[in-house]
Design a protein around this ligand. Structure first.
Ligand SMILES: NC(=O)c1ccc[n+]([C@@H]2O[C@H](COP(=O)([O-])OP(=O)(O)OC[C@H]3O[C@@H](n4cnc5c(N)ncnc54)[C@H](OP(=O)(O)O)[C@@H]3O)[C@@H](O)[C@H]2O)c1
Length: 181
C-alpha cells in the first residue's frame, strides 16, 4: 500500500497574521490512516520509516509542541535539532532535554520566542490527538500524511471541517523497504 503527504492551508487564514500564531505559522504535522487512526496503545500503529524521514525534514530547526503522552512514546528523546516543548498538567513532570509547560497557551508563547531565536516562522504541533484538538482552531497549516491502511487504533485525529481548508500541495511517498503501509 502507498502513502502520500499533503500540505493543507486554512482557506480563511492564509497568512500567519490572520491566525492565532501571533506572527508564526502554527502547523500540525500528522499521519492519519484511512479510518482516522493515529495511535494505538500509546504508540504509532505502524512502522513507516519513509514518513519518519519526512517528519524529520518538516520539523527540523523548529520548535515542536507535543502532549506528555507523545513525549513518552518517543523512543529517542529529545528529538534532535528542534526545541522540544511538552505540555502537561502535572507540575512535577520532568522531561530531560525538553521544555515543560502547563497548557497550550504557554506552549505557544514559548514556541513563538524560540522560533524568533531560531529565525523560523513555523511552529510544529506534532501530536497527539489532545494537542491537535487544542491547536486546530489556531492552526494555519497541516502537513497531513495519508496512510493507506486501516490499522487497529485507540487514538484518532479530531473531527474537523475540511471545507475550511484547501490542499496547496501534495507529494506521493514511495513505499520503502521497511514501510508497513
Ligand atoms: N500518527 C501521528 O502522526 C501521531 C503523532 C503524535 C502522536 N501520535 C499517537 O497519539 C497517541 C497519543 O495521543 P494522546 O491524545 O493520547 O496524547 P497526547 O496529546 O500526546 O498527550 C496528552 C497529554 O498532554 C497533556 N495535555 C493535553 N491537553 C492539555 C492541556 N490543555 N493542558 C495541559 N496539558 C494538556 C496531558 O498530560 P498530563 O496527563 O501529563 O497532564 C494529556 O494527558 C499515541 O498513540 C501516539 O503514538 C500519533
Amino acid at each position: 500500500m502507498t502513502t502520500n503527504n499533503s500540505r493543507l492551508c486554512r482557506s480563511t487564514a492564509a497568512t500567519p497574521e490572520a491566525g492565532g500564531g501571533g506572527g508564526v505559522v502554527i502547523a500540525l504535522v500528522v499521519a492519519v490512516a484511512q479510518n482516522g487512526v493515529i495511535g494505538q496503545d500509546g504508540t504509532l500503529p505502524w512502522r513507516l520509516s519513509s514518513d519518519l524521514k519526512l517528519f524529520r525534514r518538516l520539523t527540523m530547526g523548529k520548535p515542536i509542541v507535543m502532549g506528555r503522552r507523545t513525549w513518552q512514546s518517543l523512543p529517542k528523546k529529545p528529538l534532535d535539532g528542534r526545541d522540544n516543548i511538552v505540555v502537561t498538567r502535572d507540575a512535577s513532570f520532568a522531561a530531560a532535554g525538553a521544555y515543560v509547560v502547563a497548557n497550550p497557551t504557554e506552549a505557544l508563547a514559548l514556541a513563538r520566542r524560540l522560533a524568533a531565536k531560531r529565525g523560523t516562522n513555523e511552529v510544529a504541533v506534532i501530536g497527539g490527538a489532545a494537542l491537535y484538538d487544542a491547536f486546530l482552531e489556531d492552526a494555519q497549516r497541516i502537513y497531513w500524511t495519508s496512510v493507506h491502511g486501516c490499522p487497529e487504533g485507540d487514538t484518532r485525529f479530531p473531527e474537523f471541517d475540511l471545507s475550511d481548508w484547501k490542499t496547496v500541495s501534495k507529494e506521493p511517498i514511495a513505499l520503502g523497504p521497511t514501510d508497513e503501509f
